[in-house]
Ligand binder design. Sequence first.
Ligand code: PLP
Length: 398
Amino acid sequence: MLEIEDHSAGEHVAAPRQRTAAVHAGEPKPPIADAITMPIFQSSSYLLGSPEEFDDIRYIRLNNTPNHEALACKLASLERTEAALVTPSGTAAISAVFFSYLRAGDHVIAPEQLYGGTRKILERLITDYGIAVSFVPYEDPAAWERALEPRTRLLYVEPLVNPTLQVPRLDELVAFAKGHRLISVADNTLLSPYNFRPAEMGFDLVLHSASKYLNGHSDVVAGVVAGAGGAVRGVRKTLNLFGACLDPHACFLLQRGLKTLPLRVAAQNESALALARALREHPAVERVHYTGLVEDPSHARAVAWFSGHGGVLSLRVHGGVAAAEQLLERLEYARVAPSFGGVQTFASRPATTSHAGLPKALRQAMGVSEDLVRVAVGLEDPGDLIADFRQAMAAIRA
Ligand code: PLP
């Protein structure tokens, strides 16, 4: 029905570079009524035509309106996968994948360190449906092998761990999954396809909270599943049965946000590196976690696999929680808020935001200390951000 510029992997000899894909992939061609941008199709139903099966009947709940299709095409092009799908949140993308692939009696292997919401889905939601989970240390391949069970089906990974910002042994994890015929799933939210494309490394499915970098303006909640055509179609069927769909207006906003993803993330990579370097030198700072710093334990892996280190860093200042709170209070530009990936700088203690739903002892075991501050750099001038952090830390003593 909708003719669009399709630049997904395999369709062309050379895939377009990210800036080109962000602008051109998934755009109507020829333009609809000569409009330069993709219009919003705010129509729940469409003429029936002759759909091949139920999920092809056009209806917003079935996630197949022109806005869904155009967006899916742009996302697949950016992630260099055959297909993609948008979901009403990142959390919906994660749970739709689990409920698509797992049945009672199946088993999942996931690392100990994960976004708190994902950890809760694994620990408290899917276990109620008879699915077992083993949490393993990222750095211990022998433990991954020991965790294997006859019905292990899926391996779940975050290529850049939030908020401690380590890079796992991604190449070995992919080989482990392939060797044991596990479905490998990577949550690429923190890096975005501008910095890393997990499917190129061999991951089967790529997930996103599009509420972060993909949309980029802190005004949409959405998610993405990208991968091979059959796999994405299967997840869409599950999503359709849940009745979960992204509204066409939110699709439009996300499609608009994606056009500037490469420019935004490139600027955020640069600013985060400049801020990390300045923070590392500051006497009030005990530790900075950022893979762009040469001394960071994950630096070599990040340089080998990523084209940028991302816009998120974390730090601990001398003086514990009280000093961390003082820093947050005194910052002029950084908004003290959860989430990341927007145009404004955000700062928060993950113990009170992304990981607040987990018990304190578990947070400690995951390396999320109570005083850890996560900073998600926005698009402000990096010089202003550095000056702001310096003034906010002036009263904190080593
Ligand atoms: N994955 C990661 C890494 C996240 O940080 C988040 C949210 O912070 C999610 C998934 C969930 O995304 P959403 O808030 O869009 O449901």
